[in-house]
Design a protein around this ligand. Sequence first.
Ligand code: BGC
Length: 404
Amino acid sequence: MKVTTTAAVFAAGALAAPNRRGAAAACSSAVTLDASTNVWKNYKLHANTFYRSEVEKAVEAISDSSLKAQAAKVADVGSFLWIDTIENIAKVEPAIADTPCEDILGLVIYDLPGRDCAAKASNGELTYSEISRYKSEYIDLPVDNPKLTSFPRCATAVVAILKKNPNTAFALLIEPDSLPNLVTNADLQTCEDSKSAYEEGVAYALKNLNLPNVVMYIDAGHGGWLGWDANLKPGAEELAKVYKNAGSPKQVRGFATNIAGWNSWDESPGEFSKASDAKYNSCQNEKTYVQKFGAALKTAGHPSFAIMDTGRNAVTGLRKEWGDWCNVDGAGFGERPTADTGDSNTDAFVWGKPGGESDGTSDSGATRYDSFCGKDDAYKPAPEAGSWNQAYFEMLLKNASPQF
Ligand code: BGC
C-alpha cells in the first residue's frame, strides 16, 4: 500500500526541509528528557515533513478557496509519524533534519510480528514467528550479530537513528493496540499466536529505545476498551508486566490513549452512557479513563501519565457501537496538540493518527478487508490503511472543532 508511494512523498518532504524553521543540525547540545516531568511543557509536537507533504498535496486538490485556505493550516499541526514497516524507517531521518530545537518529533513504533491480531486492516509485514526480524531489522541490530557485515541494516534500524541524533527530542508511542489485544482478544487464535511475540517485542523495544533523548508512552487502547471495570486491572497488569520485563526503563512516562480513536475527552454524560451495558464501564470519557487506568497502572508498578489523541474526535454520537474503529463517517479534526490539558495526569493532547490517512480499505475483495470498514457508520469508499483519502480529509476539515 503506502510502500509504493513512500519514495515520492519522502523526496517531496526532504526538498521542503530547507524552508523550515531551524533544523536539528543547528541544535548544539544533546537533549536529556526527564521522564519524571511533563516534557510537553517544554517541547512542541513537530509538524513532520511527511504529513506536511500529504496535506500540501491535498490543498492543491481543493478548488473552493476558503476550504483551501483552511486546509493549508493543517500542514502546521504537529502529528506523529508512523513507522509501520522496515522500509518506512527511511522516513525518520528527513523528519529529524526538519525538526527545530524547540520541537519534539513524535514517532509511532508499529511493526510487531503478527500485527493487528484482532483485525485485518493493519496486518503487518512480519508474521507472528518473525520476532528476530522485528528485533534486528526494525528496532536494532545487536552488534554481535554475525550478519552485521552482510546486512548492514544496523545503521538504518530505529535505535541506531535515534542514537545518531542525540540533539533531537523524540516522543515514542509504542505499538498501538498490541497489549490491549492480549487482554481482551486472547481467545482469537491470531492473538494467541502473537502473544509471546508481542510481549517480547514490546519489552525489547522499551529496553532498547530507552535513550536520554526519548520519552515513551505505551498504548493502552481507550476508555471503551480497557476502561470496562473488568478490564482495568488485567490491562494495567499486562502493561506493567511487559514494562518490568524490560527492566522498568526510566524513559517510560506512561500510556497513550484514544490513538486513532474517536472518544471525547470530557463529554458528560459520556457518549455511550445510555447503552444497556454502560453500568459495567465507569470510564465513559477519556478524562475518567486516564484517571482510573492511571491509578490501576500505579498500583501495578507502572508509570501513569498519559497522552491522548484528539486528532479526529471533534464530533461524537456517530458510532453505532463503541468498538467501531474504522473511518468513522462524519468525524472532524479535534483539539490541536497542546500541553494545556487542564489535567495533571494528562501530559498532552496530540494528533496520533494523521487525519486523512485511512484506517482500512472498504473494498470487500481486498486481502486486508475488515468488516468494520464496511459497517454503516464507516465512510466509503476508503483505501488501504495508511493511504490518503482526500474526501475523508475534507470531511474532517469541514467538521473540525475548533475550526481552522
Ligand atoms: C496503518 C499504517 C499507517 C497508520 C497511520 C495504520 O492503521 O496500518 O499503515 O501508517 O495507520 O495512518
